[in-house]
Structures are given as C-alpha cells and as structure tokens.
Design a protein. Sequence first.
Length: 102
Amino acid sequence: MHDDYFLEEILTDENFKTLHNRNDWKTFKTGLENRLNQYDNTIRMLLKKIQYSDQGIRLILLYHQKNQPQDTALTVLLNRQMKKIDLESAESVKRSLMIMVG
C-alpha cells in the first residue's frame, strides 16, 4: 500500500478488490465508513487538492531536470510556478485554519 493512499480509496481501489470477497470485509468496511464519517471532509479535500497541485508541479520539474539537466527558461518558469503554488497552498491552509478556529 502506498503512503499517499486515502482511506476512502481502499473502498474502490482495484488493488483492494480481492479483499471484498473475504468474510470480514463487511466488518472492515463498516468500521472504515464510520471513521470516514468522523473526518472534516472539507479540510481533507482541500489538503488533497493542495497535495496534488504541489506534487504535480514538483514531478514536472523533476522530469524536466532529468531530461534537461542544465537550467533552461522552462526550468525557471517551472520554479516560479512551484513557488506560486506553494504560496497559494499556504494561503489556502491559513484561510481554512482561520475559519476552523473562528
């Protein structure tokens, strides 16, 4: 199982499909659904969106640097975009925390 799995993905991910035929799957599924219902899904979805944006730009930059090790205009552009995403992510988290705290 990957470190970046979200619990709700276990219910639908093809890698877990073989577990669905087990006798204890229903008990596990019920317990998992109860735990998921306790989460603040608004915050979780925000964090998931931030993670995908953040990791996406980093993967693009790493891929580009692997293929073009020298600095290029695209590298500079990707670094700027990554910094922009970092700032937007930090601002989103800050706003969300302010809403949570009141």
